[in-house]
Design a protein around this ligand. Structure first.
Ligand SMILES: [Fe+2]
Length: 240
């Protein structure tokens, strides 16, 4: 499986605190069936001041750790980018690592605030799409406004956004309302990617297989398998 949203890099966001934790998470992901992982630390100005250089530095530490401990996991780096005005200058300076397809096409893993969809969101998304940067919205099923208003989910879909659902949501780990919205998006055929959004072993582990099985109950095995393999692979293959 491909897991293209997770927080395994040591010490640069609210995921792994140190390399030992990173490696424990990596071993767990491998045992769950993950072969390829794109680590996506938060870029959130004011809270997680990451950029390409800080992510690259932690990535190198993680990569060396995997080699040293013989952990067989293919890794690449990108970021989970919180929607904010600072994105624009950072993009201009090539300071945000993005997903990259085999043909060079870029995708940004974009996170909305958890509480609402801020005014101006559609304009920002339209701007990104016009720059030929695809937008993969991280866990729409956990955004309070989208949970209340499914028309807004539909609007984002028709604007051209893709959706990443967090595996744990599909199996009820974020509560019933999130699970219901996840099921709605899956049944509509609007989910492009299932990812773990792993942060730690106890509450948010790097697991995908159980979610894929649960998704298979809703949309069939072939479609569910696509969400953890062919579809994420097509977005990130240029990074490996
Ligand atoms: Fe995340």
């Amino acid at each position: 499986m491909y897991d293209i949203h997770c927080h395994l890099l040591p010490g640069i966001d609210d995921g792994a605190d140190n390399l030992e934790q990173s490696l424990a998470l990596a071993r767990h992901a491998v045992s769950d069936g993950v072969t390829h992982m794109v680590v996506t630390p938060h870029i959130q100005p004011g809270l997680y001041e990451n950029n390409r250089a800080s992510i690259m530095a932690a990535f190198k530490v993680f990569q060396s750790g995997l080699v040293e401990h013989n952990i067989s996991l293919h890794i690449a780096m990108a970021a989970e980018v919180r929607l904010s005005p600072e994105i624009l200058p950072m993009l201009e300076q090539d300071d945000i690592p993005l997903f990259e397809a085999m043909d060079g096409h870029k995708t940004m893993l974009l996170e909305l605030p958890h509480s609402h969809v801020p005014p101006g969101t559609e304009q920002m998304l339209g701007w990104l799409l016009k720059q030929h940067i695809n937008v993969l919205i991280a866990h729409p099923e956990r955004n309070k406004e989208l949970m209340r208003n499914r028309n807004k989910i539909e609007a984002l879909h028709y604007l051209g956004c893709k959706f990443q659902i967090t595996g744990r949501s599909v199996i009820g780990g974020f509560g019933e309302p999130s699970q219901q919205v996840a099921e709605y998006i899956l049944k509509k055929g609007w989910c492009d990617v299932l990812a773990s959004d792993a942060h730690n072993l106890h509450h948010r582990p790097p697991e995908l297989f159980a979610a894929q099985q649960a998704a298979a109950e809703l949309i069939g095995e072939v479609a569910a398998a696509k969400l953890t393999y062919a579809s994420p692979q097509s977005m990130v293959a240029g990074l490996f």
